[in-house]
Write a protein that binds this ligand. Structure first.
Ligand code: ATP
Ligand code: MG
Length: 401
């Protein structure tokens, strides 16, 4: 069966719900291509808000042929040259114009792909066709040069009302009977991700024409939590490390999130102080390895993290507790995620200024509040700082708020 996400994918720009600002900016970008410095537009925003869809609709409306390039095509320079070099260089007399889409640039990560990012920048330099890049988080410092060389186009997270409209189309198209309140609930619980909402809808109606409030329980979030709770049971109750070590195999969450789950529930499971000391020691070591991965890209450390979190925590107890504990998700996950997002922008600006001021990024982060005061109070000075350090619009906006 064809996925609803494909069947109800926006065809025209007018099918796109919300994102008006982004659509306007991109239209302009295509029309003015050639007479402007920026060779690429960087479409960024949360998952399932329409970035890829808009790229396709835009190509269709502008009569351009879309050439989609995957992040994996950028593994090395030779590959890029072979796969796309020829296609982007020249416009043949009779063919349609092209629009190049490099979808999900986030995939260009890790040391091996350093060359990949370089290759992408080179491609941008040489391209005679407009390039669209999509990315969920552009504030990672490694994308700094990509940001300066691209037109930044922000996408907003879709609100429940907008998701509701998107869902209503599928409901109408499939001739389903879904009450308004149920559909609104569905729209609310997808976290602003239209793809997730449509997929949920399709899952719920499979084999029938209607859904009610009852069907909504047990969806998505809950399923993930259920998997995690199973995993916790295995880790906390097993004493054999061989059994415990497979606990996280079926869990979709990444190891950092798993760590937080264990961290949250550990004290309600283990009772003896010495057990807690041992178990938290394992967690802290896992956390250390996770930092090293982030810093040095040593992916091999994932194996150690997994072992510490599962077998390590399992053998930290003397014996299994017979009691039943209701494990609960940690509220810190979401908070940390937000804090990280906010920090990313700050760090990106600090990184840029630090290089020019011959100081460290860390030092610069500390001085950021002063800079923010300047941006609020002294327009002239702010303007000259913006000019001197060539800050982007986004960065200035951040400093102002
Ligand atoms: N703004 C929107 N208007 C209408 N439909 C949308 C919109 N955003 C998303 N959708 C629906 O969700 C599906 C997924 O959207 P899309 O692939 O464009 O998301 P994305 O922003 O590229 O996400 P990702 O970052 O995960 O790739 C689309 O096929 C479409 O059905
Ligand atoms: Mg996409």
């Amino acid at each position: 069966m064809e996925p609803f996400t494909r069947r109800y994918a926006p065809q025209k720009l007018s099918d796109i719900i919300g994102q008006d600002k982004a659509v306007r900016a991109l239209r302009q970008f295509i029309v003015n291509y050639g007479s402007q410095k920026k060779k690429a537009a960087l479409l960024y925003g949360p998952s399932g808000c329409g970035k890829t869809s808009i790229a396709y609709a835009l190509a269709r409306e502008s009569g351009l042929e879309i050439l989609e390039v995957n992040a994996s095509d950028f593994r090395n320079k030779e590959q890029v040259q072979k796969n796309i070099g020829a296609a982007v260089g020249q416009q043949s007399l009779f063919s349609k114009g092209k629009l190049i889409l490099v979808d999900e640039v986030d995939g260009l990560s890790g040391t091996k792909d350093r060359g990949g990012l370089q290759a992408l920048l080179k491609l941008m330099q040489n391209s005679t066709f407009p390039i669209l890049l999509t990315l969920t988080n552009p504030w990672d410092p490694k994308f700094a040069s990509l940001r300066t060389k691209s037109l930044m186009v922000a996408f907003d997270e879709l609100g429940p009302e907008q998701i509701f409209l998107i869902l209503s189309r599928a409901v109408k198209g499939e001739k389903l009977e879904v009450g308004e309140s149920v559909l609104k609930q569905l729209a609310r619980q997808c976290g602003g991700d239209a793809r997730a909402a449509i997929t949920d809808l399709q899952t719920l109606v499979s084999g029938k024409k209607t859904i009610d409030a009852h069907d909504l329980e047990g969806l998505g979030m809950r399923e993930k939590q259920q998997n995690m709770i199973q995993a916790l049971l295995k880790i906390f109750k097993a004493t054999d490390p061989k059994i415990a070590i497979t606990a996280l195999d079926d869990v979709e969450e990444d190891l950092d999130k798993s760590l937080l789950w264990i961290d949250e529930n550990l004290p309600s499971e283990y009772e003896k102080p010495e057990e807690l000391v041992r178990a938290y020691d394992k967690l802290s070591r896992a956390d250390m390895f996770s930092r090293r991965i982030r810093r040095w890209q040593h992916w091999r450390f994932m194996i150690y993290i997994n072992a510490l979190l599962t077998a390590g925590v399992a053998v930290s107890k003397d014996a299994k507790y017979k009691k039943v504990v209701m494990y609960k998700p940690t509220g810190r996950i979401l908070k940390m995620w937000w804090a990280k997002q906010k920090n990313m922008k700050k760090k990106a600006i600090a990184f840029k200024l630090a290089g020019k001021l011959h100081t460290s990024q860390r030092e610069m982060v500390k001085n950021m509040p002063y800079l923010q005061v300047i941006y609020k109070k002294d327009k002239d000075m702010a303007n000259s700082i913006t000019r001197e350090f060539q800050l982007e619009k986004e960065e200035v906006q951040w400093l102002r708020k």
